[in-house]
Design a protein around this ligand. Structure first.
Ligand SMILES: *Cc1c(COP(=O)(O)O)cnc(C)c1O
Ligand code: SF4
Length: 364
């Protein structure tokens, strides 16, 4: 199986980059030939969105490498979520009861410097083999508690239509009821990839829903081409959800996040998660302290509708899983069945449980 070839559509050498941008000292000092790190890869579409005159451009920070990626931290690792330990059948990660993630390919249309799956992304393993697909599909067949499968990677939409069709078929033949999430940054990175043929192929698998899970981190990524690419899914009955990564110097600003979330809703994309950066080696300079993240979350909750508000969450290290991060409004149970809250203005409020129902209460 082959991935689509993007060679003519992207920037992947220092020389090509320097034709377009005057590199800062940190960008210049990055070792562009180091094969042990995530290589440079910026599709032309994304490159053209970067303001070449602004060395702090939020889109530039996501894709232009910095020597700061070689800073080492005590807590960070290449596999902070212990995905290797939770993997079943090689490419399948089954960490939560009802859903599993399948690493469809290690290829991406863009290389994000904040990538949390650096241990896997662009390691030249390519698209999952027929054996790996069959092993994962059999696992999902015998583990009926899995109701949703995430097609992730890498980026699933770098896989050519025919190969992707075979992959979907392998799972849906065994589990026609399986909800499939297509996790992809392609609409932001290379929107022209979302063709009518691709959508038509996916639509033919109509025994269960698909969801497209996109990643937009800044309002300027929502170009008319990107919006059009996502609209192709939505217009064909595939709902779109967005997962933003909270990134220093990119979107750690309440006005930017507010604008992003409102633009997403306006384009029928539900803001789903706002992720705290994972403890991945080489990404510390892009991470935001949790205290600041909680401040942003609280302010967003005031400004945004419930529909526009994503869940701020952190994926705990050592495979602890995703947990939501939010300002605690529930303070304590002051006496049995009486709960003390603090509202947004800091006022104390009390909520009382219903009187104990003898028939269903546990005896003490
Ligand atoms: C995030 C994640 C999921 C999906 O979690 P949701 O909260 O349902 O979006 C599933 N599997 C793995 C391994 C994940 O990291
Ligand atoms: S597209 Fe996703 S998997 Fe690929 S580099 Fe970006 S964040 Fe990582």
């Amino acid at each position: 199986m082959r991935a689509i070839q993007y060679t003519k559509t992207m920037i992947d050498t220092k020389e090509q980059l320097m034709e377009r941008l005057t590199l800062t000292a940190d960008e210049e000092a990055f070792d562009y030939t180091d094969t042990a790190t995530l290589p440079l890869k910026i599709p032309h579409h994304f490159m053209e969105l970067i303001d070449a005159d602004d060395p702090t451009d939020p889109l530039r920070r996501q894709v232009v490498p910095s020597v700061r990626e070689s800073e080492r931290e005590e807590m960070a690792s290449l596999d902070p979520l212990a995905e290797v330990a939770h993997s079943n059948g090689g490419r399948l990660i089954h960490r939560y009861q009802s859903r599993a993630a399948f690493l469809t390919t290690d290829v991406c249309a863009i290389h994000c410097r904040h990538c949390f799956r650096r241990r896997f992304t662009s390691t030249a393993q390519g698209v999952a083999s027929q054996e790996e697909i069959d092993a994962a599909a059999r696992y999902v067949e015998t583990h009926r508690q899995i109701t949703e499968l995430l097609f992730t990677g890498g980026d699933v939409l770098t896989i050519a239509d025919k190969a992707l069709e075979a992959m979907i078929r392998a799972f849906r033949e065994r589990r026609p009821d399986l909800v499939i999430r297509l996790c992809t940054r392609v609409p932001a990175a290379l929107p022209s990839r979302i063709t009518d043929d691709l959508i038509a192929m996916i639509k033919r698998f109509d025994t269960a829903p698909f969801f497209v899970m996109v990643q937009f981190n800044h309002p300027r990524e929502l170009t008319s081409e990107a919006i059009g690419a996502v609209a192709r899914f939505i217009d064909n009955g595939i709902p779109a959800m967005n997962q933003t990564v909270l990134l220093r110097g990119v979107n750690d600003d309440v006005d930017v996040l507010q604008q992003l979330c409102n633009m997403l809703v306006f384009n029928r994309i539900k803001p789903y998660y706002l992720f705290q950066g994972d403890l991945v080696e080489g990404t510390a300079h892009l991470r935001v302290p949790i205290k600041r993240g909680l401040e942003l979350e609280a302010e967003l909750r005031k400004r945004l509708s419930g529909l526009a508000m994503p869940t701020y969450a952190v994926d705990l290290p050592q495979g602890g899983g995703k947990v939501p991060l939010t300002t605690n409004h529930l303070i304590k149970e002051v006496r049995q069945g009486v709960w003390e809250f603090r509202d947004f203005d800091g006022e104390r409020r009390y909520y009382c449980d219903p009187p104990t129902d003898q028939s269903s209460s546990t005896p003490h």
